[in-house]
Design a protein around this ligand. Structure first.
Ligand SMILES: Nc1nc2c(c(=O)[nH]1)N[C@H]1C(S)=C(S)[C@@H](COP(=O)(O)O)O[C@H]1N2
Ligand SMILES: [Mo]
Length: 492
């Protein structure tokens, strides 16, 4: 056998990639399980999906929420596995791994393009197509090509690898960006790639995952069946001159390491929920902050774009205090504004309605995956800030709500004061030109269009300006961050 070699950079990036891809697929499947429906439209309803997993059907005539639609997913196929409670961890795994995967990809792509090594994969002549077809027929009819056919790859292999190493990752990145509310609302033209529809990007991202999975299965089979001893030397030591026993030891250890890591990842994530969140978030948060943190939303829609159906998340408050306010048409309800401010405020609904009115038609993106377009009418947050005059030291605004969970913990979310200056950050008392109804957050809710839905607090009770949020709730800056381990930035 002629000696052959594979550059060490490729050996290493290939190994890291194998490690990441499995984590990405498994955490991605858990994310999907939290809203197990895929659509081609952003007006998501419970009957206009093109693909649905699970058997749940929501009751007619009774209030249900998108959280009720989440499916429990298996610890084997998904990371970490479990119900909605662990969905935040799944996302944290997905984004932390994606960060490592992107860095690895950057090293790999830089190497390929700066050294001319791309010629190993990217075809430069059309003749590769018939040659690849010839190979395909060969494989289908179970004819093993001679070893000399691999220089270093045979044409079919070269085409497939080029697709998997360049096109498919690019597709995953392009569709991932289009799912971020911050990115989507800042770059509406980019969204035209997907007909302006985020759900198209989400569906294609899923199909990309399927293509990766199909590739992985066939790839493993082929390298195992065709000249395995050559392949295993190349992917471990980068040279066909390596000793087979050494190569096998490294290869088997690598596979075991990946399997053990996956088992431990689930165990640790469920056993040390908060600690795992901290580590994972610290990996991707800086990247999210740099890439998505400064994107000021600008996209608004027209009256004809409004969705006929708008899902609900979060049940209306069930406290005596709130029942009384609700039953009396919120006449005694007051928005209390306090914390580090010069002027504390206590505003009735009529006083809020007397302030300059702002109206906007925007697309809501829930972290779970669904979306809908609605009209929101209310007061811009800058009106509140101008009247309350927060202290210079205050950095965050905390929105406290009336709803309390079964353990007695109230809903709240903290955002940056700078987010309040966005043209699309309002306190809405109106939806689709009607007074905000009970399900969608009466009497007042936040709209901050660069964020995912969970930041947009409904049933607002008070607003507090603070320097830090570590003394509120569990200190992670929001009810969802505290309880289901979502990340704080809520931009992707
Ligand atoms: N007070 C409160 N606000 C909340 C929630 C909640 O449970 N309680 N859920 C959030 C989530 S996860 C989403 S997606 C949106 C949903 O808004 P909608 O019910 O109007 O669709 O509200 C957000 N605001
Ligand atoms: Mo949500």
């Amino acid at each position: 056998m002629d000696s052959d070699s594979m550059p060490l950079v490729i050996v290493i990036t290939h190994a890291i990639n194998a490690f990441c891809i499995l984590l990405l697929i498994r955490s991605g499947l858990h994310i999907l399980a939290d809203h197990p429906m895929l659509y081609w439209t952003d007006h998501t309803r419970r009957d206009n999906y093109w693909l649905k997993f699970g058997k749940k059907n929501m009751p007619e005539g009774k209030l249900w929420t998108a959280h009720d639609e989440a499916e429990v997913s298996s610890h084997i196929y998904t990371l970490p596995g479990g119900g909605h409670h662990e969905f935040g961890s799944a996302r944290n795994w997905h984004f932390a791994t994606a960060t490592v995967w992107l860095l690895t990809g950057a090293v790999y792509w830089s190497y390929m393009f700066t050294t001319g090594a791309w010629r190993r994969l990217i075809p430069t002549h059309w003749s590769i197509v018939p040659a690849a077809y010839h190979d395909l027929i060969g494989y289908i009819t179970l004819h093993k090509p001679p070893i000399g056919a691999f220089q270093p790859y045979d044409p079919l292999q070269q085409l497939t690898y080029a697709g998997v190493a360049f096109l498919l990752p690019a597709l995953m990145i392009v569709t991932a960006l289009a799912m971020s509310p911050a990115f989507m609302n800042r770059f509406p033209r980019y969204m035209l790639l997907f007909g302006g529809r985020r759900q198209v990007a989400r569906s294609i991202h899923f199909i990309g995952m399927l293509l990766f999975s199909i590739f992985i299965v066939i790839h493993i089979l082929m390298v195992a069946l065709i000249y395995f001893s050559r392949n295993v030397r190349l992917i471990t030591f980068g040279s066909t001159n390596a000793k087979l026993s050494d190569a096998l030891t490294v290869f088997i250890s690598g596979i075991l390491l990946i399997l053990v890591f996956n088992v431990f990842a689930t165990y640790f994530t469920l056993r040390y929920r908060v600690g795992t969140r901290k580590v994972l978030v610290s990996i991707f948060q800086p990247v999210v902050n740099i890439v998505f943190g400064r994107l000021v939303p600008r996209k608004t829609y027209n009256k004809n774009d409004i969705s006929p159906f708008f899902r609900v998340n979060g049940y209306p408050p069930e406290t005596e205090e709130f029942y009384k306010l609700r039953d009396e048409g919120y006449k005694d309800w007051r928005l209390e504004v306090g914390g580090m401010v010069e002027h504390k405020l206590s505003l009735s609904l009529d006083e809020l309605k007397a302030m300059p009115r702002k109206e906007q038609i925007t697309k809501h993106i829930c972290i779970q995956g669904w979306s809908a377009i609605g009209e929101w009418g209310g007061v811009h947050m800058k009106e509140i800030i101008a009247r309350a005059r927060p202290d210079k030291r205050a950095k965050y605004v905390v929105f406290h709500a009336y709803d309390v969970d079964a353990k007695g913990k109230p809903f709240y979310e903290a955002l940056r004061i700078s987010d309040m200056k966005d043209p699309l950050t309002i306190l809405a008392y109106e939806m689709n030109w009607k007074p905000l109804n009970l399900e969608h957050g009466a009497p007042l809710r936040l709209r901050c269009e660069r964020k995912l839905g969970y930041k947009m607090v409904k049933y607002i009770k008070s607003i507090e300006f603070v320097e830090d949020f570590k003394n509120i709730g569990e200190g992670r800056g929001g009810y969802r961050e505290d309880n289901v381990l979502f990340d704080w930035e809520a931009a992707i």
